[in-house]
Ligand binder design. Structure first.
Ligand code: MSP
Length: 508
């Protein structure tokens, strides 16, 4: 089945930060899981390059917006292999194909009668590139998100008849109670809708850095109308000569942060309806990462977690694992280098890495590296029997954190099993050879299964480990624990250097 999944596209008014890395990683985990299950995944990400915030920050650097956008978009693109993101396409909203397609769709919305001319006046935040409703204005007319003073703006521009979609969106929500996930985010979207939809201005006359309105060359589209359409336009040119829109569109899942909920849960379906295009299936709203002290990360407080520092010290898989494990996906969470170090050492290095190396080392030492061809321990097999289905059910709700918890419970179970059965003792007694075979086969099978299920989270480590186990299949079908004994019985394992080596400071 086609499975189209997207991240928000990031503003290029600066280099990428941890919040961006988090969204990429979390979405990548979902995309990789769906690929494991054999879904025909198309994973889209990219950069949002027009609008006030980018133009303003470019001018502050003494650069033209395009030059500044080019510089920063390149940094976002470079981030993808660094984080091991498996996107199928990276869109830039300055791509000429995107621009042409935005004009085409917006013209359709205009022709369908959902656009009119009006005068807009309101409190405007240049960083949000958004007018604030009266209830949204912070103390002293400041932006509640950025804390900067809002400006009073008034201009004649084009309006989108958002109010015309009140009933259709109410119906969409009623028919699809999980259109927005998790439930708390759905409540927020409902509350916004309950307040009554008001028309919104869709163009700007002052700003020059944007997509020109085709029916009025003196204006450019308000950046959100250009940006949201990336989810539609990208499919038309991601593969030259092919239009993938009929195959993949509309999206199964848009992953976004909580600050842009309104745009994705209200504006976006309304725009699609106005253009005669079907709305997406789900929008998943994740929380914000904060410093370990619970405060917003900032350079001056020194409470930030620098993704590059983590990668340099612990590796990409450790960053991916830590963020998904530490922060319940869909909620805010506090992260920092201390917590990351603890989880790296206690969970990745000790619980998982050691388990894998011990298992391989024991098969090597006691059985010349050959995986014993015997049935696994029924007690252990029972504990794994519903694991793949349970993990998949959680992923169907995008609950990658609880899925990871379930997998990790089995990692711990395997460690307890090794302690209980003490294969190193069994190895001393030739009469216990059968028991030892069973324990080794069971540990092998358990390590293999948890690794297959961990592949979306820590893909590079799992690939190495499964290769060393002589069982490279990482599809979802390979995630069942075989009671009859490892399907790869008889293969020879190869030893492997520690996947998550202890830090240098520990060795002293
Ligand atoms: N350009 C818009 C999105 C347009 S989508 C059609 C935008 N860009 S952004 O660069 O400000 O944010 C990109 C994504 O990163 C958003 O989903 C946002 O919520 C997320 N995050 C930004 N800071 C974050 C944290 N500190 N923590 C987690 N995610 C955060 O909004």
């Amino acid at each position: 089945m086609p499975y189209f999944i997207t991240t928000a596209i990031a503003y290029v008014n600066g280099p990428p930060h941890l919040g961006h890395a988090y969204e990429e990683i979390a979405t990548d985990v979902l995309a990789r899981h769906m690929r494991q299950r054999g879904e025909d995944v198309f994973f889209l990400t990219g950069t949002d390059e027009h609008g006030e915030p980018v133009a303003d920050s470019a001018h502050a650097q003494g650069l033209e917006p395009q030059a500044w956008a080019d510089q920063n978009a390149a940094r976002f693109k470079e981030l993808m292999p660094t984080l091991n993101i498996s996107q199928d396409f990276f869109i830039r909203t300055t791509d000429p194909e995107h621009i042409a397609r935005v004009q085409e769709v917006m013209q359709r919305i205009y022709d369908n009668g959902y656009v009119y001319k009006g005068v807009y006046e309101g409190w405007y935040c240049p960083r949000c590139a958004d007018f604030k409703t009266d209830t949204d204005v912070g103390e002293g007319n400041t932006c509640p998100i950025h804390g900067i003073p809002l400006t009073r703006e008034s201009e004649e521009n084009w309006f989108f008849k958002l109010s015309a979609f009140q009933q259709q969106i109410e119906q969409l929500y009623a028919e699809h109670p999980d259109f927005v996930m998790p439930a708390r985010a759905m409540n927020e979207a409902q509350a916004f809708l309950g307040g009554g939809l008001q028309d919104v201005s869709l163009s700007r006359s002052k700003l020059k850095w944007g997509v020109t309105v085709p029916w009025d060359q003196s204006q450019v589209f308000y950046v959100w109308f250009d940006a949201l359409l990336n989810y539609y336009t990208a499919l038309s040119y991601a593969r030259p000569g092919q239009d993938l829109a009929d195959h993949y569109g509309p999206a199964q899942l848009h992953v976004i942060g909580k600050d842009i909920l309104k745009f994705h849960t209200i504006f976006w379906p309304a725009m699609l309806m106005a253009a005669g295009i079907a709305p997406p299936e789900h929008v998943f709203v994740h929380g914000f990462l904060m410093g370990e002290d619970g405060r917003k990360m900032s350079k001056s407080l020194g409470n930030g977690l620098d993704p590059f520092e983590v990668i340099e010290q612990f590796g990409t898989d450790a960053l991916r694992y830590y963020l998904l494990r530490e922060v319940q996906f869909g909620q805010d969470g506090n992260v920092g280098i201390k917590g990351c170090t603890v989880r790296y050492e206690s969970e990745l290095a000790n619980e998982y890495g050691n388990l894998a190396s011990r298992t391989i080392a024991m098969i090597d030492r006691y059985r010349d590296g050959v995986v014993p061809a015997v049935a696994t321990d029924p007690a252990l097999a029972d504990d794994f029997s519903t694991l793949p289905q349970d993990v998949a059910a959680l992923f169907d709700r995008a609950d990658s954190t609880q899925a990871l918890e379930l997998i990790w419970q089995r990692v711990r179970r395997l460690n307890r099993y090794a302690e209980e059965r003490q294969p190193w003792q069994l190895a001393k007694d030739p009469d216990s050879a059968d028991q030892l075979n069973q324990v080794l086969a069971s540990l092998y099978e358990g390590v293999r299964v948890v690794s297959v299920l961990l592949a979306p989270y820590i893909p590079a480590s799992v690939e190495k480990l499964l290769a060393a186990l002589g069982a490279p299949d990482s599809t979802y079908a390979a995630a069942s624990f075989s009671a009859a004994g490892p399907l790869t019985s008889g293969v020879t394992v190869s030893t492997l250097p520690p996947l998550f080596p202890k830090m240098a400071s520990d060795r002293t």
